[in-house]
Design a binder for this molecule. Structure first.
Ligand SMILES: [Zn+2]
Length: 103
């Protein structure tokens, strides 16, 4: 169970992108890293492939450490640290501000 899950809205709390809010696109649990929409854009040099005939420079999101973001609580709308609680046998997350329980 991760504190940050795919599809979450998160706020970046450190690094160059501090203050940005975006949606979590990918979670790499074993590396404790995530990719957040429009956060930590890196430049990649794209070689021509069969699909992509034109080589060039593309911008894409790079992974950031999970500790650099806070999930935004669906209850109070604030970036929050989360705790865990069990509801009817299922582990859920709980907002430390307002107590909202969410998946
Ligand atoms: Zn909350």
């Amino acid at each position: 169970m991760q504190k940050v899950r795919k599809g979450d809205r998160v706020k970046v709390i450190s690094g160059n992108d501090r203050g940005k809010i975006g949606k979590v696109l990918v979670v790499y649990p074993e590396r404790q890293r995530i990719i957040v929409e429009n956060v930590h854009m890196i430049t990649k040099h794209q070689r021509a492939t069969e699909k992509l005939r034109e080589p060039g420079i593309i911008q894409r999101e790079g992974p950031i450490h999970i500790s650099n973001v806070l999930p935004i609580c669906p209850g109070c709308g604030l970036p929050t640290r989360v705790g865990f609680t069990v509801v009817e046998g299922e582990k859920m997350r709980q907002c430390k501000h307002c107590g909202e329980i969410f998946r």
